[in-house]
Design a protein around this ligand. Structure first.
Ligand code: TXA
Ligand code: MG
Length: 351
């Protein structure tokens, strides 16, 4: 299949004509990748089970891993859900449109092919102008997982989507690099107490500010054990991972830098190609290896923004091993550390 690449000229002044064909493809059961404020999504009509199946095929994704249905405005929510719990209403008021996904009891119109067989449906209203306009023009809720091959780091620019999806989908809409860089926060509001299933840019601190008590699904922090049943099925798969083995080094900054320098020297001596993930503050302190800064430690949003692109770059450089500094787990740091720890398969060296 020929994958067409369509570039949106000015995302501040989108014309409907630019997205008309993409919307048409979605309505007709085809696949269109598009930018959102978090990562690029791979869209299909969420109410069309056959279209949803094509998403799983293009991504190579296990079909028990449910998809998020994306909407463009509040009026599009009620048809998809059996009820809107109070916490869901308040969180929607506070953070929609934006990087927050909520899990609701599903209505009958949402097919099990979209929800991976679950009686709940995850819904998100993106704020990205391209995403929002495209969904509105499509006139259907748009199921969209991240537009990467299953297991690879999520795409934060159209080029990443092209690498993974060229020849497998009808169209890629290029709206430039995304803003946030890590996937949306997921909160389950279908039960008694809201539960955080995946950390993102709407932080646990913000959620608790809005609705009070919010539980945290243990799957966010813990490695998978024998009877590991995360509520977001996607959290059980190895994720966000570069091809190389990634190892996190955690502790006070001086010890971390010293240990990484030591390990890079040792492994380079054994003929490994070694990458280092550091920050602008520490970059000049590394003496060997392929050193990449993910941003400024003092501005964690820069780290979220660059993390997946750096992991993909190391794939291209075909490194064997990556050592990464670790980050604070507060605020956006919770999402950054969640993705990094999973990418590392929970391999952390404490110094
Ligand atoms: O930022 C995002 O959320 C991006 C953009 C494209 O919107 N999408 C995204 O989708 O990250 P995906 O499919 O890569 O991740 C969705 C996660 C998976 O871990 C999945 O298991 C979980 O959401 N999920 C979806 N429906 C669910 C449900 N009904 N109950 C619990 N978890 C659900
Ligand atoms: Mg994903």
């Amino acid at each position: 299949m020929d994958t067409r690449l369509v570039k949106v000229k000015d995302t501040e002044a989108i014309r409907d004509e630019e997205l008309a064909e993409a919307a048409q493809i979605l309505r007709n059961g085809g696949l269109v990748a598009f930018p959102t404020e978090t990562v690029y999504g791979l869209g299909a009509n969420a109410l069309d089970e056959t279209a949803a199946r094509r998403i799983y095929a293009a991504k190579g994704r296990p079909s028990d891993n449910p998809l998020i249905a994306h909407i463009s405005c509040m009026e599009e929510l009620p048809p998809l859900v059996a009820r809107i719990p109070e916490a869901g209403r308040r969180l929607a008021e506070a953070y929609w449109p934006g990087p927050l996904t909520m899990v609701f009891p599903k209505s009958a119109v949402v097919p099990y092919g979209t929800t991976g067989g679950l009686d709940t449906v995850a819904v998100r209203m993106p704020s990205d102008p391209v995403a929002n306009r495209l969904i509105r023009l499509a006139g259907v809720p748009v199921a969209a997982p991240s537009a990467n091959t299953s297991g690879r780091p999520s795409p934060t620019m159209a080029q990443h989507v092209w690498e993974d999806m060229n020849g497998k989908i009808e169209m890629i809409v290029d709206g430039g690099p995304v803003g946030i860089g890590v996937e949306s926060t997921i909160v389950d509001v279908s039960g008694e107490t809201p539960t955080l299933l995946r950390p993102g840019a709407v932080t646990i601190e913000m959620l608790r500010d809005t609705v009070g008590r919010v539980e945290i699904d243990p799957a966010i922090q813990e490695p998978p054990g024998a009877d590991f049943h995360p509520k977001a099925p996607g959290m059980k798969y190895r994720h966000y991972a570069p091809q190389a083995e990634l190892i996190l080094v955690e502790g006070n900054m001086d010890s971390v830098v010293a240990r990484i320098n030591f390990l890079v020297k040792e492994k380079t001596g054994q003929n490994y190609r070694v990458g280092v993930i550091c920050t602008d503050e520490t970059r000049d302190r590394y003496r060997a290896g392929l050193v990449r800064s993910v941003g400024l430690r003092a501005r964690e949003e820069t780290i979220a923004h660059n993390l997946f692109a750096v992991l993909r770059e190391f794939d291209e450089l075909q490194v064997d091993l990556i050592y990464s500094e670790s980050f604070s787990r507060d605020h956006l740091g919770q999402a950054i550390m969640n993705r990094l720890t999973k990418a590392a398969g929970y391999h952390v060296i404490h110094v």
